[in-house]
Design a protein around this ligand. Sequence first.
Ligand code: FAD
Length: 582
Amino acid sequence: MPYDTEVLIIGAGMSGLGLAVQIIRKFGVRNFELIEKAEDVGGTWLANKYPGCGCDVASHFYSYSFALNPNWTRKYSMQPEIQAYFRSVAEQYQVVDHIRFHSVVEKAEWDDRDKTWVVTVLDLNTQDRQIRRAKILVSAVGALSVPKECDIPGKDDFKGRMFHSAQWDWDLDWEGKDVVVLGNGCSATQFLPIMASTNPVRKITQFSRQAQYLSERENPYYSSIFKATMRYVPLAMRIYRAVFYWQMERDFSGFPIENGRPIREELKKGNEDYVKRVAPQGYWDALIPKAEIGCKRKVLDTEYLASLHKENVELVHNDPVDRITDTGVQTRSGRDVKADAIVLAIGFATQQMLFPMQITGRHGLRLNEYWESTQVAQAYFGTCVPSFPNFFILMGPNTTTGHLSVIYTVECQINFTLRVIAPIIHSLPSYRARLLPSLTPHLLRPAPTTVEVTAEAAHRDSTWTQKEARKLVWSSGCVNWAVDPKTGLNNMMYPDWQYLFWLRSIFWKKADFEYRDERTGEVVRRNKIDAGRVVGFSAAALLIAGTVWRREGAMEGLGASLKEFGRGLVGWMPMGITASRF
Ligand SMILES: Cc1cc2nc3c(=O)[nH]c(=O)nc-3n(C[C@H](O)[C@H](O)[C@H](O)COP(=O)(O)OP(=O)(O)OC[C@H]3O[C@@H](n4cnc5c(N)ncnc54)[C@H](O)[C@@H]3O)c2cc1C
């Protein structure tokens, strides 16, 4: 059965774009298509347009290693600049032409007969459904693209505007209005100071459950001399980036529950001093975390603490919202808080990985069924799942970190994925159509068409992940987004240093994967030289040599005989290994 594309990538955010570009850079082919439900690239950085939205990783580190940008305007960039960066990378590598926008992947099923993924795509403009068949399927849907549902009773009664911070309602003119904010995470701390001071609200009432670990942040603009240095001085940008890497990576030493305690104590003291210096005394109790520092991702203070001094801001931490009414919210103590708008800064559905897509692997096994068997979402190296051949998940289970940039981790996953699929890409038409590879010796090896992690390797990896995660601070008892409250298992965080994650992506265990031949279904050993191919390759070489000699008029007779001999050999070769492969 023919297929429509060799690689189908779901999502054109940072991960999907990164993979597409690396396929072009590493294999020199454009054999992919991206399906994206939004109208443009950028994912998180397209969707989250709330006021003040920005990155909490310095931009020189929150950027692809293969697309460094000397022009970042400031240390921590804001959403429009980050989205423009991803757009420019997509344009530079001409990836945009390969993206179907306004299209959602609803489901994907593995067809074991044809060894292809059968993907159902809904066009959001026309509501038409189309089937796309692909040899390799990659999910790049991110872990923070589905806003968490509000489960507070009465939410349908509210007569004002209510929206999630990731779906900002720009028709809301907040000036002089009463606004209730639910949540105090990264997003809320970014937009609240702006609403309180720019065309200010009449009153903003923020409800928080747990204190965040708020850390001081300076966000200077870069001078033109600095930018020129980044652009023109060799290695300057790499070194600057490496400094950020080191500053962030060393935070991991504070994560082990026991050994990291002294480091966390020191951070706790620093945090307390900072909060006491900047925030009003009445809120100290609400702002200084009781849980271990590091248990939740650090939130950089974007003038949030200072804004709590304003008269139009109130932080409520000990009287939670009981229900939403038609005019606002009612708290547990019975207090009514009027609101023209309610902003839900309550985070994302992180425990429902890949939801609501339906991915079905071999023997009709659904991905969510597999994950029921592992209790929470688990994947080998956060990327591969047994019984799901030629399927890869970027930003999959246990790939988030509490301290580093997601781009770093996803780039490791991308490089790992490309290493795993290299033998399959090498056997596909786009790659074989290239002149140079068609003459290289990898063609002496058998051409696998599927790859799958073994069940035993996946189980071993998951056992190790959970064992190590239990030793780290996220398991110290605080409520956080990484730990599934029902099972206590961690399906978000990678429990080790990130440089070790990088090393794993390079020195990956080949024995943990099974490559299979499409024709025979047999397991193919990656490095075994195929005798039939050696003969075929030699015959082709002789044929070419013979043709050249003949053209030059020398040894005409020998050329013709060689050609004959070559034809004979090709005819003798096993089915499927035809001269066209060369
Ligand atoms: C507000 C916010 C701030 C953040 N700040 C930081 C930070 O400072 N540092 C950091 O490292 N990380 C940060 N993150 C995490 C951030 O999500 C990642 O850094 C990164 O953007 C993830 O990229 P992605 O491509 O994997 O996923 P996304 O950016 O979420 O992109 C996924 C894409 O897939 C599309 N999609 C989803 N489902 C389907 C489907 N079924 N069919 C078709 N398309 C689909 C979506 O529309 C989206 O475009 C932040 C996240 C948020 C929400």
